[in-house]
Design a protein around this ligand. Structure first.
Ligand code: GLN
Length: 231
């Protein structure tokens, strides 16, 4: 690098409204969460300076494609549709979709009970894709998962479909008695870190760094911090 001691910048984007994976702290500045700790640790491992930007979830893949960012880490599930557009790291977290309803709702007990119901989802997500497959459901696509929870609490929808760990964190963290979770998972999904397909060097380096963090206990430390158990 011509003798400069300035670390190369890794341009990261996330949609920082998806606790416990990415969210903004009370000061409104620092990005926190499992993904944020993980990408900072990966950057450090690769000797790169991590710069994080907060953008809309459905803007992440386009930003990778145009080369505006190097990496998207945002609780993003690896799937075939997205693999046509971007490259993914090795899986780093196993999630899946669950339902959340009002605590006093007694007619929605599983995914098949969502037929003909009003459902809130975040735009551009696997929840949105799955909700649209439900017969006669009226799907409301909102900008953030926080908005979907608000819509449920306001009584404007019957249910929210969202990633299980995010539903769990919302319910437990807020001790919110007005909503309840339906346990059954609709899908099994693995989160991956997305990169531009042409950036094969970065994909390789990132996967190596991830392997290292898993082997040296750093990944487990971050996992335990956010989920309370070993990975
Ligand atoms: N895991 C889901 C997806 O990839 C939701 C991600 C999110 O809302 N940040 O679509």
């Amino acid at each position: 690098d011509g003798g400069s001691d300035k670390a190369k910048v890794l341009k990261v984007a996330t949609n920082a409204d998806f606790a416990p994976f990415e969210f903004q702290g009370a000061d409104g500045k620092e990005y926190q969460g499992f993904d944020m700790d993980l990408i900072r640790a990966l950057g450090k491992e690769m000797g790169m300076q991590v710069k994080i930007d907060n953008i809309s979830f459905d803007g992440l893949i386009p930003a990778l494609q145009t080369g505006n960012i190097d990496v998207a880490i945002s609780g993003m599930s690896i799937n075939d549709d997205r693999k046509k557009k971007v490259a993914f790291s090795d899986p780093y977290y196993e999630a899946g979709l669950t339902i959340m309803v009002k605590a006093d709702n007694n007619n929605i007990k599983s995914f098949k009970d969502l037929q003909g119901k009003k459902i809130a989802v975040q735009i551009g997500t696997t929840s949105a894709t799955e909700a649209k497959k439900i017969p006669n459901a009226e799907v409301k696509e909102l900008n953030s998962s926080a908005d979907t929870f608000l819509e449920l609490k306001a009584g404007n929808v019957d249910a929210v479909i969202n990633d299980k760990p995010v539903n769990d964190y919302y319910k437990v963290k807020n001790s919110d008695d007005s909503v309840k979770r339906i346990g059954e998972k609709l899908t099994l999904e693995n989160y991956g870190i997305a990169m531009n397909k042409d950036n094969t060097e970065l994909v390789k380096n990132l996967n190596e760094a991830l392997k290292k963090l898993k082997a040296n206990g750093e990944y487990n430390k971050i996992y335990k911090k956010w989920f309370g158990t070993d990975a």
